[in-house]
Design a protein around this ligand. Structure first.
Ligand code: HPA
Ligand code: ZN
Length: 341
């Protein structure tokens, strides 16, 4: 392993864009199918992996929603979350803000409370056993209507002290952020932070809408911002955080060639970019693999990756005190790494 790979591996970091359902590894999927007596459309793990070839976001989402069908009980959600936290912790993720998609589960009859209790059990273990901090972001599925998002927000009412933010995911094109204007305004009134996927496959105007209409605190993906230099300047001046996901972009053919990934351009133009894994079980890697592919394909050095890790803490929804603490941990790491080199 070269020096930069070692540096990335040990770098303390936060993950800000991770769909917990997208961390369902084929091994756990088979275990849960057996536990819940569900017949899978795959004969073995090899054939699952073969099916993970996507031409676009929708092809991925079809398989992702189908696989979520094995998640039935509180224990299933706990095991799903626990598996992710152990893997993330091995990548030196010390803080994680995870998405979950309640409608994927409530629409097939799984009670909202089962999902919450399971995820919270996994989070409690991450906090006590791994020393991680974790926050939950409840996403609305944008291919469904705004009324369904409102129903979900009402279901979440008893749990709002455990939920930090709401987000927006699923099929982007044809479902602009403005479709969810009212539910996002209501969520903000309830004290929730706001994020939204925008400009992954959708045009830069969707990024505009997420900022100006939804008034998001952070933007997920946003890779297509490079098509609008004026918006780049505006976002650089505002300090908006972007959660980029290189392996996801490659797998979903959003970016054809990782050598031309938008992250270096965005970084150079003053945007607060971060690196994340999105749906690691489907896209071939956890957060360090995502840092690593950019190290291999782009002209980024250790200072750039340290800045990206710093951005991950600055862009988090943690308190100023905790962010200050994590940045001290990061600074200690970079200083000791330099001393050894
Ligand atoms: N984009 C939109 N919706 C999603 C994604 C994504 O990358 N992953 C899971 N749901
Ligand atoms: Zn995502």
């Amino acid at each position: 392993m070269n020096n930069l790979s070692q540096f990335i591996k040990g770098l303390p970091k936060a993950e800000l864009h991770l769909h917990i359902e997208g961390s369902l590894e084929p091994t756990l999927m088979f275990q849960l199918a057996e536990r819940n007596r569900i017949k899978l459309p795959f004969k073995d793990i090899e054939s699952v992996k073969e099916a993970y070839n996507f031409n676009n976001l929708q092809e991925f989402l079809n398989i992702y929603y189908q696989s979520a069908n094995v998640l039935r009980t509180e224990e299933d959600f706990r095991d799903l979350a626990r598996d992710y936290f152990y893997r993330a912790s091995r990548d030196n993720v010390i803080h994680s803000e995870i998405f979950f998609d309640p409608q994927t589960h409530t629409d097939r009859g799984i009670p909202f409370d089962v999902v919450m209790r399971g995820l919270l059990a996994g989070i409690a273990e991450a906090e006590s056993q791994l020393g991680m901090t974790v926050q939950l972001i409840m996403c609305f599925l944008r291919h469904l209507d705004e009324e369904s998002a409102f129903t979900t927000l009402r279901m979440a009412e008893p749990w709002l002290d455990k939920i930090t933010a709401v987000g927006l995911d699923s099929s982007e094109v044809g479902h602009p952020p403005s479709k969810f204007k009212h539910v996002f305004a209501t969520a903000r009134q309830k004290g929730l932070k706001l994020v939204a996927h925008a400009g992954e496959e959708g045009p830069p105007s969707y990024i505009d809408e997420a900022i100006d209409v939804l008034k998001v605190d952070r933007l997920d993906h946003g890779n297509r911002i490079v098509e609008d230099p004026l918006l780049v300047t505006r976002m650089a001046r505002s300090g908006m955080t972007f959660t980029l996901c290189p392996l996801s972009n490659q797998k979903l053919q959003v970016v054809k060639d990782l050598k031309k990934h938008p992250l270096p351009y965005m970084l150079k133009h003053g945007l607060r970019v971060t690196i994340n894994s999105d749906d690691p079980a489907y896209f071939g890697g956890y957060v360090n693999d995502n840092y690593q592919v950019l190290a291999e394909n782009c002209a980024l050095d250790a200072n750039d990756f340290a800045l990206i890790a710093r951005n991950s803490f600055l862009g988090s929804f943690l308190s100023d005190e905790t962010v200050t603490h994590y940045i001290e941990v990061l600074d200690k790491y970079t200083a000791s790494f330099e001393a050894r080199a």
